[in-house]
Structure formats: C-alpha cells, structure tokens
Design a protein around this ligand. Sequence first.
Ligand SMILES: Cc1cc2nc3c(=O)[nH]c(=O)nc-3n(C[C@H](O)[C@H](O)[C@H](O)COP(=O)(O)OP(=O)(O)OC[C@H]3O[C@@H](n4cnc5c(N)ncnc54)[C@H](O)[C@@H]3O)c2cc1C
Length: 385
Amino acid sequence: MDSNPAPAARTTDGGTRRLSVAVIGGSLTGPVTALLLLRAGFDVTVYEATPASAPLGGGLIGLEHTALDVLDRLDIPQREFIAYDSETIRQVAIRDRQPEQTALRTYPGRNTTWTLLHRALAARVPAGVLRRGMRVTGLTHHAGRPILQFTDGHTETADLVVFADGRSSIGRRLLDPGRKLHYAGYVAHRGIATNTPQPDLRDFVRMEPCPGAQFNIAPVPGGCDWTFYLGCTATDYEQRFGANPTRRVFALPQHITPAARTHVDEHADQLLPSDHAAVVHATTARMAVPVLDIDPPTRMVWPVGDGHAVLLGDALAPVRPHTARGANNGIEQAAGLAVALTQHRRYNADLPTALHGWQRRHLPTAVAAVRQGPVIGDKLGLGAR
Ligand SMILES: Cc1cc2nc3c(=O)[nH]c(=O)nc-3n(C[C@H](O)[C@H](O)[C@H](O)COP(=O)(O)OP(=O)(O)OC[C@H]3O[C@@H](n4cnc5c(N)ncnc54)[C@H](O)[C@@H]3O)c2cc1C
C-alpha cells in the first residue's frame, strides 16, 4: 500500500456513497466475490472474457472448511456441489506397479469439481450482473475514477476493481508487472474417464510411484477424475501442447497432440497398477496444466485515481496444485474483502485502511502457499528447485 493512500469515496455530508465494484473473471473466485458483495449491498458487475466459461483450472477441487462455510453463508447447499462426501485420502506407495503401503488421512474439507461449483455459483448471479465476452485489456483513471478498457475499445468505470482473472491475470500484469510466472518443469496431465466404471472408488486416492511422478484419482459424477504429474522440459511442453508453458497456461482438449497422449499412456504403463493404467488409456477427454511458480506477492491493493484495484485468487498468486490451496485462497480472500467493504459501507470505516487490513490478514496465507508448492514438488522429485 502507498504510505499516502487515496481517500475513501465520501460524500460531502460525511457519509459514504454506494461503491460500484467491477469484478474481472467469472470462474470461481469472481462469482464468490460478486455474490458476497451483492449480499452486502454493493453495486457489482462481473466481466468475463469468454462467451461461456470452461473448466480451465480442472476437475477435482478440495475445499477446506473455511471455504465451505463461505458457500454455506451464500445459502448454497453442499449437496449441490459435493457429489461424494468422503473425507478420506488414501495415500498409496507404489513399487513395481504394485501398491506397497497405504496410509489413510482425513481431509479437513470435501471435494467438489470446477463444473459443479461453477454451476452452483453462476446460477445465483443475477441476470445482468455477469457480462460475458468482455475481455479487459487496460486500467486507467479519469476524474479520480478507475476506468476499465476492453478489447472492443469499450470502457467502464468503477470505484473498486477486483481482478479475479486467473493465472495469466491482466490485472497482475498491469498492477504488479515485475512478478512473472516461472515454469516448474512438470505437468499435471488430467482426464475424466467416463467409460471405465470404478464402483468401489469413493475416496480421493493418491498414488506415489516416486520419485518424479504422482497419480491422483477420485470419483466425479459420471466417472472418475485423474491427474498424473510427470516431468517435462519447456521444449517438450511446446512440442506436445503447441506453445510455451508460461503462454499456454492451460492445454485444452484441442491442444493435446497424439505425442502428448502417447507420453502419458507410456508412463501409465511403466508406473501405475494395470487397472489404473487402463483407466488412463481409456480416457478420451484430456487436458494438461503446466505447473507454474510465481514470485510471492508483496501486496494485494493498489490505488487507481481515487479508487482502488485488488488482486484475488489465482490472479494474485497461482499456487502449485499439490498445495490444494488455489480455490481455497480465492474464496477466503473474497470473504475477507466482503467483510472489509461491509465495515466501510455500514460504519463508514476508512476504505484504504479497511483494504490495507484485509491485505495484512490474507497476504501471509497466499505467500505461504506459493512457498509450499516447491517444497512438496521437491519431496515428490517433481520440478527443479
Ligand atoms: C490439477 C489441479 C488441481 C487443483 N486442486 C485444487 C484443490 O484441491 N484445492 C484448491 O483450492 N485449488 C485447487 N486447484 C486450483 C484451482 O483450480 C484454482 O486456484 C482456481 O480454479 C482459481 O480460480 P479463479 O477463479 O481465481 O481463476 P480461474 O479459474 O483461472 O478463472 C479466471 C477467469 O477469468 C477470466 N479472465 C481471464 N482474463 C480475463 C480478462 N482479461 N478479462 C475478463 N476475464 C478474464 C477467465 O476466462 C476465467 O473465467 C487445482 C488446480 C489444478 C490445475
């Protein structure tokens, strides 16, 4: 934060006027933020670049109790987005393609999927609030008010701009350009198998044929979701998925080349028990996510004219998937932001100070998750440190 922060949006009679909030990104963090702020009485618009959101971040997402409680407070029943209520993680050491030892752990939360959670959130965003096909390209200010620029040359104003626009965030590039993404040297290959029924699969199963590989599998509606972490040089990534890993931060089904498919199938044959290798082989719908690191954030709030811009969720700090903290961080930050803004709206709390307090409470958790990723990767023999 600046040492000389911008004044709060005050009216001449000393009260605060209704802040207008622009949320950039309509995936998970954006809609949670919007719903919380709408409930708190703010004037909110969500701008989403794509005409229809796709599950970029992936299938299975573990949500901890704090995030689940935020969804509870939004009156979203858990049964709507939790299809399997197991809290058990089965951690299986694999040697010579055979399970050697299984440790049971209890996860302090539940597993959802991007699709279930996004659907539950999007269904609650009132018509007119979510504006799709609106890609933000710039942020300036005029007469004290932040102005968003869009690809088509269109502009919109807001008092507060909340960037929840994910790993390649335009907000982060504009506000904090020094923090670049670094490829960690391995890929999370993902698939949803719909044609190999696993009737006994109830829990999240983590298989470790370490070093240098991890395979996770869990039930999802209509099949099972798997993630296979394997090493991959940046050059190989470009050959297998068509672009550099810091540019193609999600390889969608159309980017998966036959060579990428073969690479994953061969590793499944070398490393996994035969029934799990068969699940991989049979999976037609595949994606891949390069594992990326970023310099830890040092701030979440920026003054823009007399207004502000903030970064949340993956826009602030994409973290390695093993931390299982990306969506949790975004939801917790959204809830904290709604608290700070509510104090401003209801009790005339000084806005820059409220935002600074929010940053002070949430920045350490984001930094910890950024740092934790390489530690976990190192233990698994994945990625270079
Ligand atoms: C394999 C894997 C496993 C994971 N497991 C977990 C887990 O167990 N627990 C957990 O908490 N997290 C997990 N995550 C992380 C989680 O998926 C992400 O942190 C989460 O999806 C981020 O949500 P977001 O809304 O912040 O960003 P995103 O989902 O990336 O959404 C950003 C949105 O912004 C839009 N957008 C981008 N640019 C613009 C622009 N210029 N203008 C307008 N809109 C824009 C995009 O189209 C997109 O809809 C996992 C990730 C992976 C890859």
